[in-house]
Design a protein around this ligand. Sequence first.
Ligand SMILES: *[C@@H]1O[C@H](CO)[C@@H](O)[C@H](O)[C@H]1NC(C)=O
Ligand SMILES: *[C@@H]1O[C@H](CO)[C@@H](O)[C@H](O)[C@H]1NC(C)=O
Ligand SMILES: *[C@@H]1O[C@H](CO)[C@@H](O)[C@H](O)[C@H]1NC(C)=O
Ligand SMILES: *[C@@H]1O[C@H](CO)[C@@H](O)[C@H](O)[C@H]1NC(C)=O
Ligand SMILES: *[C@@H]1O[C@H](CO)[C@@H](O)[C@H](O)[C@H]1NC(C)=O
Ligand SMILES: *[C@@H]1O[C@H](CO)[C@@H](O)[C@H](O)[C@H]1NC(C)=O
Length: 254
Amino acid sequence: MQVCLFLTLITLPILKAISLNNYPKGYVHSINDLNVYDVGSNYSNSTAIVVVYDIRGFNISQTRIFCDRLSFEYKARVCMPDVFRGTAAPENTSELQAWMAKVGNWSQIEKDLRTVNDQLKKDGAKKLAILGFCFGGLQVLRACGQLSNDYSAGISIHGSSLTVGEAENVLRPMMLLAAGNDLPLTDIATVLNKKSFGSQCEYKVYSNMRHGFASARANFSDPENVKALDDVHDKCNKFLHKILIDSATKRTNT
Ligand SMILES: *[C@@H]1O[C@H](CO)[C@@H](O)[C@H](O)[C@H]1NC(C)=O
Ligand SMILES: *[C@@H]1O[C@H](CO)[C@@H](O)[C@H](O)[C@H]1NC(C)=O
Ligand SMILES: *[C@@H]1O[C@H](CO)[C@@H](O)[C@H](O)[C@H]1NC(C)=O
Ligand SMILES: *[C@@H]1O[C@H](CO)[C@@H](O)[C@H](O)[C@H]1NC(C)=O
Ligand SMILES: *[C@@H]1O[C@H](CO)[C@@H](O)[C@H](O)[C@H]1NC(C)=O
Ligand SMILES: *[C@@H]1O[C@H](CO)[C@@H](O)[C@H](O)[C@H]1NC(C)=O
């Protein structure tokens, strides 16, 4: 009994430390001219989550680890397309605007998302959700309106430049998570709460976290950041389960 307790006490922190960055990793392949980071197709092809990264782009290990963990814990396929096509935000801030004007073009992003979705559906996906960080959060807001035939749910994590106008067009339940220094979610929530699916939407502010804490700026050495990330993953898993599984079951039962 005492030995068991002792073993549990020493193995738990070790297991946690090992698992933190060691989720089964995905691989990069291309669909037409679009590279994608793809993880979890050996768990399930029937549910897939498309991830839109932040302005630091495709090669950020923290963002990929988020995909790995989401796939591992939710047991679904996760695909992150390289919509910036090998580029990322320039260090020189005076070049940022021109770069963003080029790569942030929604018509192109919409096209890329359709390309990914078509492949996922071809591989057997019955349910799709979309999740994005910072810049990607805005794309999620748009996708939940303009690509609502494809996506059943959207998650924005420290989304930036989210506007009430874009929120008006949303047609799918969303969860919005924000850092303490992001703009308040209240105006967006007011809009979404009025929708027929408003009661399914969720919001949370991590007031001790800074913008970027779940993707490019995630610091796995900071216990507070790790704790917040644990909570983000827990909320993502529960929200996806609620929308993709529970409400779908309810719909078919009625
Ligand atoms: C899925 O594939 C990854 C490597 O691509 C591997 O590490 C992992 O164990 C596999 N999972 C299952 C459930 O087979
Ligand atoms: C998912 O699809 C891929 C590609 O068609 C296939 O290799 C894999 O075995 C499938 N996974 C499952 C769990 O059926
Ligand atoms: C990411 O890595 C690939 C392959 O090494 C490279 O071609 C691409 O330019 C890199 N992207 C960024 C944004 O650095
Ligand atoms: C930043 O970009 C601008 C416009 O291209 C250029 O004039 C400026 O010299 C650059 N600054 C640095 C520090 O490279
Ligand atoms: C935006 O993308 C669409 C689709 O690829 C393209 O036709 C259009 O020219 C692009 N617009 C700009 C301003 O780059
Ligand atoms: C990450 O967090 C640790 C512990 O709080 C801190 O010492 C380190 O400076 C942080 N790293 C960055 C890049 O902020």
